[in-house]
Design a protein around this ligand. Structure first.
Ligand SMILES: Cc1cc2nc3c(=O)[nH]c(=O)nc-3n(C[C@H](O)[C@H](O)[C@H](O)COP(=O)(O)O)c2cc1C
Length: 367
């Protein structure tokens, strides 16, 4: 691909050997379910300030969570959320380099709406927009739309047609007709089209999800419990993408806790857990487990802790050196980047910028 066919967002995301970003800045609680001091309280002031802090530090990607209602429990985490395209438009206007994603639940948004919202935010962002395509699994929120939650693999069949249409609208300068299983469109066109295809992200973990990623996405967000598990997943996603002539990078996510030393970091991590909302975490797992086949093993292993602290992802806990070690291990496993949560986000980023980033540069993960 020449530089003219690749978006600015793609350049940003591949500029450093190991990409870094933030996850969940548009939802109350971020990616944690806790009332520990520093838990994220949603306001435009807070979300835009932290986004600008991440941009100024040179981080690469902001991924919001598409959530329409919370998980109940004591704290009702994610009970208050900003809609992700409008959030991305505001954040894109306030930042200069960082890639800004919007997350779309395929069944709730028509491809025509998504194509145009995406090209609008991409224009505001100067090519730094990314679309995180998710199929929807949290049936209480789909119930609010009156949309039945489809059987797992049917969601991805629907998503395949949906994403194909978004892509066709982004690419086509001529009106086209479409008659498929889920959509009928006559004379469909969406101008302006984005000058280059926006990055497409997906977090599919099941065989159907990985197939979707292979066919459509540039980045897969993997849910990992260890670096070793990362290398296996990178291999299977790389193979699946290669089989359809594509390349997909694998990133992962979790909350980052940096302490003065290991004991201090463990103490801070324990506070997140001690103030955790186990009931909300169980609700989250219940719906993922019922409706998302790839998480059944995790539920069986009672990974409540990972949901309380890290939205189900991999917590990175330790001194600055140990945090750098754990990120390096992921890089060595073939993982291309990490989306961080923090309690609080801004305090974590302060320390990350001064203490961890220099170590990652020394080790060649950052330029
Ligand atoms: C980093 C990341 C971000 C995600 N964002 C959302 C989201 O915003 N909304 C949502 O409903 N699901 C979200 N998911 C869930 C995934 O779309 C997907 O359903 C889940 O990883 C299980 O994979 P499967 O659908 O292949 O079973 C996210 C998952 C991850 C790992």
């Amino acid at each position: 691909m020449t530089s003219t066919t690749v978006s600015r967002g793609h350049h940003v995301l591949t500029e450093h050997p190991f990409a870094l970003g933030l996850f969940g800045l548009n939802v109350s609680g971020g990616i944690t379910m806790t009332s520990a001091e520093g838990a994220f309280e949603l306001s435009w002031e807070a979300t835009s300030r932290v986004a600008m802090q991440a941009d100024a530090l040179g981080l690469d990607l902001l991924v919001p969570v598409a959530r329409w209602r919370g998980y109940d429990g004591r704290l009702n985490p994610n009970g208050s959320t900003y809609e992700t395209f409008t959030w991305a438009a505001g954040i894109a206007a306030s930042t200069s380099r960082i890639v800004v994603a919007a997350t779309a639940h395929a069944p709730t948004l028509h491809p025509l709406v998504v194509a145009k919202q995406a090209s609008t935010v991409d224009a505001i962002a100067g090519g730094r927009f990314a679309l995180n395509a998710v199929m929807g699994w949290f049936s209480p929120e789909l119930d609010m739309f009156g949309i039945a939650t489809k059987e797992h693999d049917d969601r991805y069949r629907f998503g395949d047609e949906w994403m194909g249409l978004v892509d066709r609208l982004w690419a086509s300068s001529e009106p086209f007709d479409h008659a498929g299983d889920s959509f009928r469109m006559t004379g469909a066109i969406s101008e302006p089209r984005p000058p280059t295809r926006p990055l497409v992200l997906n977090a599919g973990a099941s065989p159907a999800g990985i197939e979707f990623t292979a066919r459509h996405a540039d980045v897969n967000f993997a849910t990992l419990m260890s670096a070793e598990q990362g290398s296996q997943l990178v291999e299977s996603i790389t193979k699946a993408a290669e089989s359809v002539g594509r390349k997909v990078r694998v990133m992962t996510y979790g909350t980052v806790v940096i302490g003065d030393d290991e004991a201090d970091a463990r103490r801070r991590y324990q506070e997140i857990l001690d103030h955790g909302d186990a009931e909300a975490a169980r609700n989250f797992m219940h719906y993922l487990g019922l409706n998302s086949s790839s998480f059944e093993a995790q539920i069986a292993a009672a990974l409540e802790e990972h949901f309380i602290t890290s939205g189900g992802g991999l917590p990175i806990v330790g001194s600055a050196e140990q945090v750098a070690d754990q990120l390096t291990a992921l890089h060595e496993a073939g993982v291309s980047g990490f989306l961080m949560g923090g309690v609080p986000y801004d305090g974590m980023l302060d320390r990350f910028g001064t203490e961890v980033l220099p170590l990652l540069t020394e080790r060649g993960l950052r330029n």
